[in-house]
Design a protein around this ligand. Sequence first.
Ligand SMILES: [Zn+2]
Ligand SMILES: [Zn+2]
Length: 339
Amino acid sequence: MADSSSSAGGTGGVSATDHGGGLWSVPVPIPGNPLGKTLVYVLESERGPVLIDAGWEHPEAWKALKEGLGGIGVGVEDVYGVVVTHMHPDHAGLAGRIRERSGAWVAMHRADADLIQKMRDDLANPSGENLGDWLARAGASPEEQAALRRNDGRPDPPARPDRLLEDGDLIDLPGRALRTIWTPGHSPGHICLHLEDRNLLFTGDHVLPEITPHVGLYPYDRPDVDPLGGYIASLQRTAELGIEDAMPAHQYSFSGIPRRAKEIIEHHEERLTEIRDLLTDEPQTLWTIATRCVWSYAWEKMQPISHHLAIGETAAHLRTLENRGHARRTGGLPLSYTR
Ligand SMILES: [Zn+2]
Ligand SMILES: [Zn+2]
């Protein structure tokens, strides 16, 4: 699919890629982030263009989005609606600003809208827990806890949506057919969007061609959920849709969604086995287990915020192992596990 696309317009540094049939992508930078860019998709409809995702709330990203849209003759004020695949800042960040300029609706899954509300409630209630408290429960040293008490690094919550989506809902895209496929895991309300008139899938962060999205459990001992188990089930469901062509939110468009979804499941099954093999009859803290996992960067060289994410990921795998009967949490604090 990437082979048949061509660059269109753009007088500045950013130009949209034309995927044919009234579909373009605009690469919007994520300043200071190794992910590089969010691909914002533009879909033509009878009522005006609808965007899938919006990009990070940052002046450089805003400029790039406007440039890319301008190159295909679209002004921000023309936008009819913004569908957000999930509430992360590289996707939902600019949605509020686009709405201000255009009066566009903003739609996302109910579960991510709930998460935004919770972030706003937490901000309004400064007596709530911070990441330092979470690290303390995981068994981190006082120095590690202190680093995240000073600056817990969480971005501001994005704008609230006007429209809530549920699995199976058709998006308001007059003259076309774009359907919501709920794929919880990377976030509780992550959605993919099936463009039925082209039989392609906007996969957000759920299925990316070369990288796997972060799946974590927050707080690390949240009792009622299994995000990784949910993610694996969502990947299985995505593979079974039988749609081949992917329009992901990062990297590049590709063909072979079922194959890629199975590869990602395999990756997590290997990770589950790795963590299961670390468990013994002696309780180990969540912190200790995370430090013993293999990471792409040396543990000692990671920033405190990366430690937090690595612990969240480890906790998610431990939760899935608990549900499968392969790990047991011992009582009390810090959070500790045995086999
Ligand atoms: Zn994301
Ligand atoms: Zn992303």
